[in-house]
Write a protein that binds this ligand. Structure first.
Ligand code: ADP
Length: 341
């Protein structure tokens, strides 16, 4: 099911070609209360942090699982370390990410405990540990189990409701994420009762370096998750996040398939630009759910759903037996070909 998820798109396809990713109208740091500058990010003494083992690779270096000793208890944490050999540019990105994540306080957004640092630059961002892995891998594992009982519509709806709540919080604070996708959401556990959280702010972090973006036209973009106005005009807003959330819904209810299989990024841009949309994520997808996805994919961003509407609708769907009793796809069910709905 997996394909390359980020790709280059030609510079001329984005507005007048002078700016590959324009600075956001919103996303100003003052929009979120609390931490204002990097100096305000909480410092954690190095001697209260203990590294256990590597659990992932991030843009700056290894991500470790470990513990943090607080006054009262030992807390499990994830530590995003900054490689020693990285550039000054990466240092700035790293500090920006720490600042960004520290400003969110929501149960469906990964919590940041602070940074371990002696002076200005952090050497490690200390985050709440989300040991259930990313949502995309979880979905693909469920799909590979052939009896389709590996998860249920209710459990999948719960994941989408969690992420919609996190997105609604960002919408309320006029923060634009730009990269809502199953790969960027992590789970508290793989078992029942899991919660899903938005955990990767790489794309939002990068737009703070506007100068870099003006120069670096070849930055990789998540084309298959992007709204038409982002693809053609470089416009990002909460409404373009809603479009991406619609694609996230499609990922969830296809159990982790790749959308637009076989199409290049260029072809997807043409397809979406001409009004083409993803077909049903599975042959069993309830109409109500697919209608919600289509509401996220309305071309005119003003007519598209808001996250409040999306959340309300998802909460409604959890109460509909016709939705919650729908079958889930298995490895034997390919998503329907494009244009078949
Ligand atoms: P970057 O944005 O710097 O590329 P990510 O945030 O994607 O890095 O982190 C890389 C990997 O590290 C993730 O795919 C995930 O496996 C792991 N990881 C990151 N944050 C956490 C966390 N809070 N809890 C558990 N694992 C995490």
């Amino acid at each position: 099911c997996s394909e390359v998820e980020y790709g280059n798109i030609p510079l001329h396809s984005l507005g007048d070609g002078t700016c590959s990713i324009p600075l956001m109208e919103t996303n100003q740091l003052y929009e979120l209360s609390g931490v204002r500058t990097f100096e305000h990010v909480r410092r954690i003494p190095g001697n209260s942090l203990f590294i256990a083992q590597p659990i992932g690779r991030g843009a700056f270096g290894t991500v470790y699982r470990g513990t943090m000793q607080t006054e009262k208890a030992k807390v499990d944490v994830a530590m995003k370390a900054l490689n020693n050999a990285v550039s000054a540019e990466a240092d700035v990105d790293f500090a920006t990410e720490a600042l960004l994540v520290s400003r969110f306080h929501h149960p469906n957004i990964v919590a940041c405990f602070g940074v371990s640092a002696a002076d200005f630059q952090p050497s490690c961002i200390v985050l709440e540990l989300l040991p259930g892995g990313d949502v995309k891998s979880f979905l693909q594992r469920c799909r590979s189990i052939t009896d389709s009982l590996s998860t249920s519509m209710n459990e999948l709806l719960d994941i989408t409701i969690d992420i919609a709540r996190g997105c609604q919080y960002m919408e309320e604070h006029r923060f634009v994420h730009r990269d809502i996708a199953a790969r960027n959401c992590l789970l508290t556990s793989t078992g029942k009762g899991r919660a899903a959280k938005i955990a990767d702010f790489g794309m939002a972090r990068d737009v703070f370096r506007s100068e870099y973006y003006r120069r670096n036209a070849s930055h990789l973009l998540p084309v298959k998750w992007m709204a038409p106005e982002s693809l053609t005009e470089g416009l990002f807003s909460s409404k373009s996040d809603v479009w991406s959330f619609g694609v996230f819904l499609w990922e969830v209810f296809s159990l982790g398939c790749s959308q637009y299989p076989g199409l290049s990024n260029q072809e997807v841009m043409a397809y979406v630009g001409n009004g083409g949309r993803l077909s049903l994520p599975s042959p069993y997808c309830p109409d109500e759910l697919y209608e919600l996805m289509q509401h996220c994919w309305i071309k005119a961003s003003a007519d598209r759903a808001t996250f409040s509407v999306v959340l309300e609708k998802l909460l409604e769907l959890v109460g509909l037996p016709a939705v919650t009793s729908a079958r889930l796809p298995t490895a034997a069910d390919a998503p329907l070909p494009l244009g078949s709905v």
